[in-house]
Write a protein that binds this ligand. Structure first.
Ligand code: TXA
Ligand code: MG
Length: 335
């Protein structure tokens, strides 16, 4: 299949492809999405095929405004309306009871649907012009780091989708916060660009569940049980209150096949190792923005081990830690 490369101005073409049952990688403020009409069963089926995504992992539907909520969801609590008023368009996904018009294929048979209004002009315009909600998982091949530039999408999806809409690099860089609004208090299923503190200020208490899923336990967000975001290499998070201990540990490991994912300015502490600096210490938003691009750069045949620095889990740092922990598959060394 030939993949059209569209500029951010060509939203009418993107919308036409989606209306006709095609697949388009679309930019959002979090990560790129692999979009299709949420109401077209065949198109949604192709999303799963192209990504190599397990069928039991439901998709988020993207709407252009909170006014569309009632068309796809029912029993919407006041808190959900308050959160939509406060944070949409933006990096917040709400899980709500679904109406039966939302195809089973999208929700993987659940009686809920995840809904989000993305804060990106090209995405909003495409949804509006298509006249349908757009179902979209992150636009990466399953298991790989999410895509935050059109180049990443070209790498993963050329020849597999009808078009890629280039909206520039994603501003937030990690996926949206997912909050389950069908329980009381609402429960954060995935940390993201909107923090628990922000949610609580707008709509009262929320609960957080541990991001790791133990074997035998049913994850609330089905996607959270899969290995994710990983380069080919084995990623290990190295933690300590004393930075020197981290440097000493990493430096005691062989240089061959090793890389370090570290904070800005830290490369000089790891002489002889390939380093990728991914953000300013104390500024987790800068880390969120660059994390996936750096993980992709480290996805090379000659890199077998990646030692990763992880920010403290506050604010957006929580989302960064969550993605790193997934990439590391739980390998964390505390010194
Ligand atoms: O920022 C984002 O959320 C990006 C952009 C493209 O919008 N999308 C994204 O989609 O991250 P995806 O498919 O990579 O992750 C969606 C997550 C999965 O873990 C999935 O299991 C969960 O949302 N999810 C979807 N529908 C759900 C539902 N009804 N109940 C619980 N979890 C749900
Ligand atoms: Mg994803």
């Amino acid at each position: 299949m030939k993949t059209e490369l569209l500029t951010a101005a060509e939203t009418a073409r993107a919308a036409e492809i989606i209306r006709n049952g095609g697949l388009v990688a679309i930019p959002t403020e979090t990560v790129y999405g692999l979009g299709a009409s949420a109401l077209d069963d065949g198109a949604v089926k192709r999303i799963f095929e192209v990504k190599g995504r397990p069928q039991d992992n439901p998709l988020i539907i993207h709407v252009s405004s909170a006014d569309e909520l009632d068309a796809w969801c029912r029993d919407i609590p006041d808190a959900a309306r308050r959160l939509a008023a406060e944070f949409w368009p933006g990096p917040l996904t709400m899980v709500l009871k679904r109406r039966s018009v939302v195809p089973d294929r999208v929700t993987a048979g659940l009686d809920t649907v995840a809904v989000r209004c993305p804060d990106h002009p090209a995405a909003l315009e495409t949804i509006r012009l298509a006249g349908v909600p757009i179902a979209a998982p992150s636009a990466n091949l399953s298991g790989k780091p999410s895509t935050t530039t059109a180049q990443h999408c070209i790498h993963d999806l050329t020849g597999k989708v009808d078009a890629i809409l280039d909206g520039g690099p994603c501003r937030v860089g990690v996926e949206s916060t997912i909050v389950d609004m069908t329980v009381s208090p609402p429960r954060i299923l995935r940390p993201g660009g909107i923090t628990a503190e922000q949610l609580e200020r707008a709509a009262g208490p929320v609960s957080t569940e541990s991001s790791s899923v133990k074997s035998g336990e049913t994850p609330r967000a089905p996607g959270m049980k899969y290995r994710h975001y990983s380069p080919k290499a084995e990623v290990t998070i190295i933690k300590s209150d004393i930075k020197q201990k981290i440097y000493d540990y990493v430096n005691s490991q062989p240089n061959e096949g090793a890389a370090v994912l570290c904070f800005d300015g830290e490369s000089r502490f790891f002489p002889g190792k390939l380093c990728a600096e991914y953000g300013t210490e104390g500024d987790p938003s800068s880390m969120a923005e660059r994390l996936f691009a750096r993980l992709r750069e480290l996805d090379r045949d000659d890199i077998e081990r990646v030692y990763a620095r992880c920010p403290s889990g506050e604010g957006v740092g929580r989302a960064v830690c969550n993605r790193l922990e997934k990439a590391a598959g739980g390998r964390i060394i505390c010194l």
